[in-house]
Ligand binder design. Structure first.
Ligand SMILES: [Zn+2]
Length: 221
């Protein structure tokens, strides 16, 4: 859906603003909402309300360019909360955690092999590892630092946040089923060697010390 990109008639402008509830921060589109976005019918066609608002105050949106909500409120049409973004930049500005995320922190997951929290950032199709950590807080800090280095549109990392962070889930290490079970300790080097050699943990455990040493040397871990 492209922008309207011409001045609204007096009647259309009146109708447009009658659907808006302005607050101190967001200007909320209070009527038609599809996927949370506001829509308005102008001259017989449907337009995204926030894009119309953007074009009214800032001019034409170039072809193929997305409009990003810095406030993460899709119903908001406040032009101060809108900016142009490429698809990639839009993805950098995630409002919520991936549903599969168990750590409560963006980019942080538990690595079963090393029994550590790993901080990861996906950037231009490649995973970047910020490191392995004993606790979520350190891993989160590392993930944020790396995103700030690689990304430009990751607002929530670049506080003061315009809205509340979504890290509210309780953080706990996954508990082993057997209370006496102790996960085998693997050094970072051994985990890397295993990974590079394409071995499972069971296969790794069956190796002799000599075989492991050989593999470490061959894999250059
Ligand atoms: Zn807003």
């Amino acid at each position: 859906m492209s922008g309207y990109n011409k001045p609204l008639s007096h009647a259309d402008a009146e109708r447009f603003w009658s659907k808006v509830a302005k607050t101190d921060t967001c200007w909320i589109w209070s009527k038609v909402k599809l996927n949370g976005y506001g829509y308005i019918s102008l001259q017989g066609k449907e337009y995204c309300a926030h894009r119309v608002s953007y074009e009214m105050s800032k001019g034409e949106i170039p072809r193929g360019v997305e409009i990003d909500h810095t406030c993460h409120n899709r119903a908001c049409i406040n032009p101060d909360h809108l900016r142009t973004a490429t698809k990639k930049q839009n993805a950098e500005n995630l409002p919520t955690l991936n549903p599969r995320n168990k750590s409560g922190a963006r980019g942080v997951s538990f690595c079963k092999m090393t029994r550590k929290w790993v901080a990861r950032v996906g950037h231009k199709g490649k995973p970047h590892i910020a490191g392995y950590f004993e606790n979520v807080k350190d891993a989160e800090a590392a993930a944020i630092a790396l995103r700030n280095r690689l990304f430009t549109h990751n607002n929530l990392d670049r506080g003061p946040a315009m809205n509340v962070r979504t890290t509210t889930r309780p953080i706990a290490l996954p508990a082993p089923v057997d209370p006496n079970y102790r996960a085998p300790y693997l050094s970072r080097q051994d985990a890397d060697t295993m990974y590079r050699a394409g071995l499972t943990l069971t296969e790794w455990q069956k190796l002799t010390d000599q075989q492991r040493a050989d593999l470490r040397w061959r894999m250059g871990a």
